[in-house]
Design a protein around this ligand. Structure first.
Ligand SMILES: CC(=O)SCCNC(=O)CCNC(=O)[C@H](O)C(C)(C)COP(=O)(O)OP(=O)(O)OC[C@H]1O[C@@H](n2cnc3c(N)ncnc32)[C@H](O)[C@@H]1OP(=O)(O)O
Ligand SMILES: O=C([O-])CC(=O)C(=O)O
Length: 382
């Protein structure tokens, strides 16, 4: 057995997959052959869901069928809605991610369709794509003391989410920007949450357990939770003029600034460039450019700080989603749940792939503890 240990499994290839290519050197992200720049603004999120699950873009009939299936699953069942409503009011103040994780686990427990077939998994995946969006909108409303807005079947996935969140029909630019954000976050090879989920389903556990594991992993601030941290950092500074100074102080203190750095992208994160364009466009349209301006200053300060040290640290997908979502009127606590709404497509595609050609995932640890200790009865221990 090789004893070479790569901390954090850096650059370790843990399997093959034909879902998604992350080219860290060239800053490219490709879903089943399609570069994200080719899909963004042209395809809908629903088409990308089909692409990730089936390895090809849908024809019109296939897309209509998928849309029908997604629309059918949009309304939140009464028992799930009550669970979410009570959690949103709980004095422990659970986060959006905690409520979403609990609701998904509950939905799995009460789903009568427990078959471990591709057909059943696809039905469960469609249910989760729809319900994760409806639940995120409902969590946002309940946390503000507002009522549930039932879904509409005449709107696409992105527009329906914004409608269920605000109760108003969204404008075309917000729908386009949100749809693109969903596409950009849809999949990312063996990132921590997808890996966690694949490990779970590789024991031949159910798809809901895989998704619950994945949500738990995405929640952390080193992964999906960073998008909320970016916005909280900006809100804590709360001044365009103070941004450079405040970020420099954090860097000098050795704080890891959220929204920067990536395990794979050495050059730039291609998703960030697209999100930045939409954030600029939407914040200019709404007239509230403060958070976008602060984010640009943050980008400039961090890049210069590291360049001066001979390091090439770039911003990642989480940096500009903050000002973008804020311009859509979305509260910070929903930013990582929105990541779930999108990544549900990639997670479930990976789980389908794992089930198709499964072997339990079980690496080794290089043991560094003692051996041959002698047992001492408790009364004689110091
Ligand atoms: C959707 C996503 O998950 S994208 C990532 C979202 N996460 C964040 O934005 C949180 C901030 N970023 C980070 O914590 C890291 O860059 C990660 C977790 C993304 C990647 O971690 P790793 O690949 O293990 O990189 P690592 O932490 O070893 O960083 C390499 C070097 O860059 C520095 N560095 C990396 N990211 C940052 C950052 N955001 N701010 C300051 N310094 C950083 C590290 O201190 C380290 O410096 P050193 O070589 O002097 O020790
Ligand atoms: O790939 C990663 O390590 C993290 C990431 O950017 C993602 O999951 O989108």
């Amino acid at each position: 057995m090789s004893t070479e240990v790569k901390a954090g499994l850096e650059d370790v290839v843990a399997g093959t997959s034909d879902i998604c290519l992350v080219d860290g050197e060239k800053g490219r992200l490709v879903y089943h052959g399609y570069d994200i720049n080719e899909l963004s603004g042209k395809a809908s999120f629903e088409e990308v869901v089909f692409l990730l699950w089936h390895g090809k873009l849908p024809n019109l009939n296939e897309l209509n069928e998928l849309n029908k299936e997604l629309q059918k699953n949009r309304d939140i069942p009464a028992d799930v809605l009550e669970l979410v409503r009570s959690l949103a009011k709980n004095p422990a103040n659970p986060t959006g991610m905690e409520i979403l994780r609990t609701a998904v686990s509950y939905i799995g427990a009460v789903d009568p369709n427990k078959a471990m077939t591709r057909e059943a998994h696809l039905a469960q995946a469609a249910k989760l794509i729809s319900l994760s969006a409806s639940l995120t909108a409902a969590i946002g409303r309940f946390k503000q003391g507002l009522d549930y807005v039932p879904p509409r079947s005449d709107l696409g996935h992105a527009a329906n989410f914004l409608y269920m969140l605000t109760g108003n029909e969204p404008d075309a630019l917000s729908v386009e920007a949100f749809d693109v954000a969903l596409i950009l976050h849809a999949d990312h090879e063996l990132n921590a949450s997808t890996f966690a989920g694949r490990v779970t389903v590789a024991t031949l556990s159910d798809l809901y357990s895989g998704v619950t594991s994945a949500i738990g992993a995405l929640k952390g601030p080193l992964h999906g939770g960073a998008n909320e941290d970016v916005m909280r950092t900006l809100m804590e500074i709360d001044s365009v003029e103070q941004t450079a100074d405040a970020i420099n102080k954090k860097l000098e203190a050795g704080v890891k600034v959220p929204g920067f750095g990536h395990r794979v992208y050495r050059n730039y994160d291609p998703r960030g460039l697209i999100l930045k364009r939409y954030a600029k466009q939407l914040t200019e349209k709404t007239g509230n450019t403060k958070w976008f301006q602060m984010t640009e200053i943050m980008e400039d300060v961090v890049l210069k700080y590291f360049a001066a040290k001979g390091k090439d640290l770039k911003y990642n997908v989480d940096l500009y989603s903050g000002s973008l979502y804020n311009a859509m009127g979305i509260s910070v606590d929903l930013f990582t749940p929105i990541f779930v709404v999108s990544r549900m497509s990639g997670w479930t595609a990976h789980f389908l792939e794992q089930y198709e050609n499964n072997r339990i995932i079980r690496p080794r640890a290089d043991y560094t503890g003692p051996v041959d200790l002698q047992f001492v009865p408790v009364a004689d221990r110091k």
